[in-house]
Ligand binder design. Sequence first.
Ligand code: OFO
Length: 168
Amino acid sequence: MLNKKVEKAINEQIKKEEFSSRLYLSMAIWCEVNGFPGAASFLYRQSDEERMHQLKFVHYTNDRGGSAALMSLEKPEAEFNSLLEVFQKVMKHEQFITESINELYGITLEEKDYTTGNFLQWYINEQIEEESTMSTILDKISLVGNDKSGMFHIDKELEAMTAAAPAP
Ligand code: OFO
């Protein structure tokens, strides 16, 4: 049976993963209507990934004799000034998620729930990968500044990255 304190913390995390999915969906929409189709594909895919992260927690909770519960979500931000701002916010959000996964991991240790701690390793590794991808993208966007042709190439690169990535 899943420890109650751990179950509660996982349900909070389920909410955060669901919010991440909606936030990236909102960002994808902004990119699509503002002339960044590659960034839009990348973020639509990122949104699907977050949904997968959420579902992985849902199944784990239910399989361990707990019960996954959904919570209400706040409306994600929908207006941005630039592609740079979008990715700065993605980065900030991923850092917040990393912190949250680490806190969750801390709770599993306090509660001596090593099985859940072990399960969380996947998320810990995923966060390292995602922060590194986002930081590479951010560096590139910062480098081109307002150069239109540079921006066009970055958008193409994001399209190619999305096409090359395995489905979530
Ligand atoms: Fe990288 O956000 Fe989910 O876990």
